[in-house]
Design a protein around this ligand. Sequence first.
Ligand SMILES: *Cc1c(COP(=O)(O)O)cnc(C)c1O
Length: 398
Amino acid sequence: MTDTRPFDPDTLAVRAGTRRSEFNEHSEALYLTSSFVFGSAAEAASLFSGEEEGFVYSRFSNPTVRMFEERLAALEGAEDALATSSGMAAILASALAVLKAGDHVVCGAGVFGATVRLFSDVLGRFGIDTTYVRGAAEADWRAAITPRTRLLYCETPSNPLMELVDLEVFARLGRESGAVTVVDNCFCTPVLQRPLDHGVDLVIHSATKYLDGQGRVLGGAVLGRRTMIREAVLPVLRSAGPSLSPFNAWVLLKGLETLPLRMRAQSAAAQRLAEWLETQPGVQRVHFPGLASHPQRTLVARQQGGPGAVLSFEIDAASPEEARARAWRLIDHVRLMSITANLGDTRTTITHPASTTHGRLTPEARARAGIGEGLIRIAVGLESVDDLQADLARALAT
Ligand SMILES: *Cc1c(COP(=O)(O)O)cnc(C)c1O
């Protein structure tokens, strides 16, 4: 073994980014301070101008936040990272870093609901328009790109149908059209997928999900090349202020320590549950990247280091009304799983996308997106798989 061998993710998750104070604390300290004291007027001036590196004011620099940023950057294979107050703040910061009035965005249709509202309703008021592309076909993405397109945005796998976007193709489309490519890596986390390795420009995270992993705090991050992060994203954070609190950064730093363990355990549990669900009467179809029946098997193997822990399945029914009634009855009869639209927690959650996360879409738009009334999504946590299976078996039997 040579000393140039890079550390594995398990090591980076517990070691990367750590900085110790003069007290040599072993566990990372929480620097709960809004500002920092300067040794002299000259030092203050050079820190403010950026001539000298150091901590100035926690809206844009704080040691605990920096430790979280550096640890996450190490895991994602990113040159640099900036933390934000939430996942949505990270998406907003990446958009504001790249876009101006008159620009056009091409976005995957299967992205998080608030992302659609951010692009269409909020940025739409500032002269930025967005085209949504269904599915992952290269021709469809290419057809949506115009000379005004400045940003290509996607999530892979998509929620809740677990459709993948080919990241190599996505990055190439960005290079060919001169648009910046952004991937929301919330579902896979850097443990299972590193979009920057495939040539994507920016990765954003909702740290609220798997990075925390225990449903405690909100947070987010934008990661990419140092010049882009420092020159395009930092000015947005510094001037607009969607910054991560040091306390939340400290919680997230502790969350990252168990991220590889949790992702492996939760993916393995989801795999077992998905395989079992496929054999159950009354279950029409299971959507999960780890199944042999997944239509993008080879892409899954090439791009993801594991299936992830989110699956969805469709209940058999003769009509949409019956499908909804059956799906709701199943959800109302689980005892262990939490009925919530959240995911990435150690506790398993179950939700009915058509009436919650995708409830604001018109029935036609939902049908186009493939979100049927009988569809149920499960984000698998850390409970015993046998207990989860028993919970679902009983609910299915009703
Ligand atoms: C939750 C979520 C977000 C938004 O993150 P917040 O931290 O809630 O602002 C963005 N993308 C995906 C895929 C999410 O699941």
